[in-house]
Design a protein around this ligand. Structure first.
Ligand SMILES: NC(=O)c1ccc[n+]([C@@H]2O[C@H](COP(=O)([O-])OP(=O)(O)OC[C@H]3O[C@@H](n4cnc5c(N)ncnc54)[C@H](OP(=O)(O)O)[C@@H]3O)[C@@H](O)[C@H]2O)c1
Length: 331
C-alpha cells in the first residue's frame, strides 16, 4: 500500500493534537510525519506510532514538500504559509477561515461535496465546525425535498475557541474574575465576536450562512443563524429548523437520514432517546434526533444535530478529506 508524507501545522493545539490521535486511530498510511508549531514549542516532543518527534518551529526556511499538510494554527498563519507549502506541491487542508470563501479553494465535507476536490489548486478548506455537522443531515434532505429556508440556533462548546477557551473556563470556575472573553463564560451563555463586515452579526453566524451556501452549491439559499457559546467543554449542539419545498413524512426523513454515511439517528423523544453533546467525546460521527413537524408550519421540520467540534468539526473532517483524495487518486 502506498504511504504518504504528512505535516501537521499547529501540532501542539487542540485540533493539532486531535489530528495526531485520528491519524493513528485510522491507521493513515504514513511514510513520514513532521510536527510544526510556534517558537514557544521548541523542545516539545510528540509521540506518534510509538516514536518521539521533535516539534519544528514554523518558519519560511523550515517549509518543505509533503504529500499533505494539515493546518490548524489560525488564519494569519494559514494565509502566509498555506501558499508556501502548496507552491512546493503539497496538498494543504486548512482548518482556519482564511481560505474558505476563496473562489479557487474547495470547501469540503467529504460525505456531501467530495466532487469539489476535483478542482483543487493545492489548498482545500475545512469548513467551520458548526457548519460541518449541519451539512450531513441537510444534504440528503435538500436533494430529496428541496430547501426553502434554514433557521438554526447553535449551543456551542468553549473548546471551539481552542485551548485558551478551556483554560479560561477552568480559571473562571475557580475564581469567577477576569473575563478575557469580554463576558464571563462560566455559568453563562455568550456570543462570538462581531463580524467585521456585518457588525450586528457575529463572525460565526456569517461563516455558517456563507459556508452552507458554498458547500450545498445553493448561493441563494435563505440561511438565518444565531450562534451561542456555552460553558460546555466539548460538543456542539444545534436546533435546526428547515422549511422544505416538497411535502414530506417524518418517517421518510428519518429513513433518508439513516442512510447518510457517518450520521447516526437517535430519535425517540417520548422514551428519552436523543443525542447530547456529552456523548460525542471521542466520537467522529454526527448525531441527529428530535425530528418533528412544526406545529405552526406543516411544511417545516425541526431537528437537533450534535457532534464533537474538535473531531468531525475539525480534525476528523480534514483527515477524511485526505483519505477521500487518496481514494479518488488525486494524490
Ligand atoms: N477548536 C475548534 O473547535 C476548531 C474547529 C474548527 C476549526 N478550528 C480552527 O483550527 C485552528 C486552531 O484551533 P485550536 O482550537 O487547535 O487552537 P489552539 O488550541 O489555540 O492551537 C493553536 C496552534 O497554533 C499554533 N501556532 C500559533 N501561532 C503559531 C505560529 N506563529 N507559528 C506556528 N504555529 C503557531 C500553536 O502552537 P504553540 O503551541 O507553539 O503556540 C498551536 O499548536 C484555528 O484556525 C481554529 O479556527 C478550531
Amino acid at each position: 500500500m502506498k504511504k504518504y508524507s504528512v505535516a501537521i501545522v499547529g501540532a501542539t493545539g487542540l485540533v493539532g493534537r486531535t489530528f495526531i490521535k485520528v491519524l493513528q486511530e485510522q491507521n493513515f498510511p504514513i511514510s513520514e510525519i513532521q510536527f510544526y508549531a510556534s517558537s514557544q514549542s521548541i523542545g516539545t516532543e510528540i509521540e506518534f506510532n510509538s516514536q518521539m518527534h521533535k516539534v519544528v518551529e514554523l518558519k519560511p526556511e523550515t517549509v518543505k514538500k509533503f504529500d499533505f499538510a494539515l493546518f490548524s494554527a489560525g488564519g494569519t498563519i494559514s494565509k502566509i504559509y498555506a501558499p508556501l507549502f502548496a507552491e512546493n506541491g503539497t496538498i494543504v487542508i486548512d482548518n482556519s477561515s482564511a481560505w474558505r470563501m476563496d473562489e479557487k479553494v474547495p470547501l469540503v465535507v467529504p460525505e456531501v461535496n467530495s466532487e469539489d476536490l476535483l478542482w483543487h489548486k493545492g489548498i482545500i478548506a475545512n469548513p467551520n465546525c458548526s457548519t460541518i455537522q449541519m451539512m450531513l443531515p441537510l444534504k440528503p434532505i435538500s436533494d430529496t425535498f428541496g430547501l426553502e429556508q434554514v433557521i438554526v440556533s447553535t449551543y456551542q462548546s468553549i473548546s471551539g475557541a481552542g485551548n485558551k477557551g478551556l483554560v479560561q473556563l477552568d480559571f473562571e470556575s475557580q475564581n469567577l474574575v477576569d473575563y478575557s472573553f469580554t463576558k464571563q463564560i462560566y455559568s453563562n451563555a455568550i456570543f462570538h465576536p462581531s463580524d467585521e463586515n456585518y457588525p450586528m452579526w457575529s463572525n460565526e453566524e456569517i461563516k455558517m450562512v456563507n459556508e452552507t451556501r458554498k458547500i450545498l452549491h445553493l448561493p441563494e439559499l435563505k440561511v438565518s443563524v444565531t450562534c451561542v457559546r456555552l460553558p460546555i467543554r466539548i460538543g456542539h449542539s444545534e436546533a435546526v429548523y428547515l422549511i422544505l419545498k416538497k411535502p414530506f413524512k417524518i418517517s421518510e426523513i428519518r429513513e433518508l437520514l439513516g442512510k447518510q454515511n457517518n450520521l447516526i439517528v437517535e430519535d425517540n423523544f417520548p422514551d428519552g432517546v436523543y443525542p447530547t453533546a456529552a456523548q460525542t467525546k471521542d466520537r467522529d460521527e454526527v448525531f441527529v434526533g428530535r425530528l418533528r413537524r412544526d406545529l405552526a408550519n406543516p411544511n417545516s421540520i425541526w431537528m437537533w444535530v450534535v457532534a464533537n467540534n474538535i473531531r468531525k468539526g475539525a480534525a476528523t473532517n480534514a483527515v477524511q478529506i485526505a483519505q477521500k483524495m487518496i481514494e479518488m487518486k488525486l494524490v
